[in-house]
Write a protein that binds this ligand. Structure first.
Ligand code: ADP
Length: 362
């Protein structure tokens, strides 16, 4: 007797999404089951195109389905649909209704690689197939004009006061650095900083985005407060280098977001280690320091990025995609951080959905 789709679905109830902790059928991730001559083709819809668990899910689905008598082969096909964060849907008068997730990238202090990480997260998510925007919220020291190579590009507006973002490296981006004179110091008083950030975030024509990454000013000043009040943040990423002194600052950044009720999506350890021409790994700043800090604070750790000359040069030359292509080790580490972030966004969305109380009136 040939196997039915119902039997396959029943079998798929044994396959768990390892991050969301429920089976694929309950999570409504099985979009299609096709059966023909003892062969099965299963279409699984992931919660993000950058899913870190893709290979495991594929393996587990194949294993489960081929256990059925009468199925000799199983193929798995993936699609992805990013679900908007519940915060995004809940916020009254949401200023960014077409953006599914707003993610802040912060750091306890400057120079730890916050902008570098923001750029590579954005480009990495886009390379995985997501629709991504990147906002340079570092209104005191915007780095994106250089890191994205925007220098030769002109800023355009549409309909009077809406700014058209730059479409580069597969992402949409906007920075205050393209709206002011680059040689003048950027001095903002509190309300002006608030206004400038507000305008940049809400007067850019982002269109439909899965993720909007915001490169924040370093430290724990005014802008994060504005951001948390203005935009429905899915969460924040904190960038930290491994040394003890850097960890102390990063801890303060983590606490600031927590105080603002912004979930911590994870800590990234930048300048984690260095691989010399001799192929030896040197732990210049003490690899694992930021990871240990994340562990102590009970927040996720997204991964470590090595000190890498190409990464620095690609940033200076405005060529971020090269980071994923030129150096296998660097590309692998960056992709890990990108996937882990995407995974945490899905977990956060799922948990908040589960935690939302429902009231039934009879
Ligand atoms: P922040 O935004 O925290 O001030 P940046 O991202 O602007 O820091 O980085 C500061 C400098 O360090 C930049 O020149 C950048 O290219 C370089 N840099 C950052 N991370 C790395 C790294 N992992 N390897 C090499 N250079 C890096």
């Amino acid at each position: 007797m040939s196997v039915t789709k119902e039997q396959v679905m029943e079998q798929l109830k044994t396959v768990m999404d390892p991050e969301l902790g429920k089976d694929l059928v309950t999570l409504k991730m099985i979009k299609n089951v096709a059966l023909c001559d003892g062969q099965a083709k299963i279409t699984v819809e992931l919660t993000t195109p950058a899913c870190p668990m893709k290979d495991k899910i594929s393996f587990d689905v194949k294993k489960a389905v081929t256990q059925l008598d009468g199925i000799s082969m199983c193929e798995v096909e993936f699609t992805a649909q990013v679900q908007p964060s519940p915060q995004q849907q809940a916020k009254d008068s949401n200023p960014l209704p077409t953006v599914k997730h707003v993610i802040a990238v912060g750091a306890g202090k400057g120079g730890v690689g916050k902008s570098t990480v923001s750029v590579n997260l954005a480009v990495g998510l886009a390379r995985a197939g997501a629709k991504v925007g990147l906002l340079d919220g570092d209104i005191y020291g915007p780095s994106l004009p250089t890191m994205l190579g925007l220098d030769g590009l002109e800023t355009h507006t549409e309909g009077g006061n809406m700014i058209v973002p730059f479409d580069v490296h597969g992402i949409k981006s906007m920075t205050i650095g393209k709206l002011v004179d680059p040689d003048k110091p950027l001095i903002w008083r509190g309300p002006m900083a608030h206004g400038a950030f507000n305008q940049l975030a809400t007067q850019t024509l982002w269109g439909e985005l899965d993720y909007l990454i915001i490169d924040m000013p370093p430290g724990t000043g005014d802008v994060p407060l504005t951001l948390a009040q203005l935009l429905p943040l899915t969460g924040a990423v904190v960038v930290c280098t491994p040394q003890k002194v850097a960890q102390d600052d990063a801890r303060r950044a983590v606490r600031m977001f927590q105080q603002l009720q912004v979930p911590i999506l994870g800590v990234v350890e930048n300048m984690s280690y260095f691989i010399g021409n001799d192929g030896v790994e040197y732990d210049i700043f003490g690899k694992g320091g930021a990871q240990a800090m994340a562990h102590q604070m009970d927040v996720p750790y997204l991964g470590g990025i090595p000190i890498n000359m190409r990464l620095r040069a690609n940033s200076d030359n405005g060529k971020p995609t090269a980071n994923f292509e030129d150096d296998a080790q660097l590309g692998k580490e960056l992709e890990t951080v990108v996937k882990n972030l995407a995974g945490q966004v899905s977990i956060q969305t799922h948990q908040t959905e589960m935690a939302t109380p429902t009231i039934s009136i009879s």
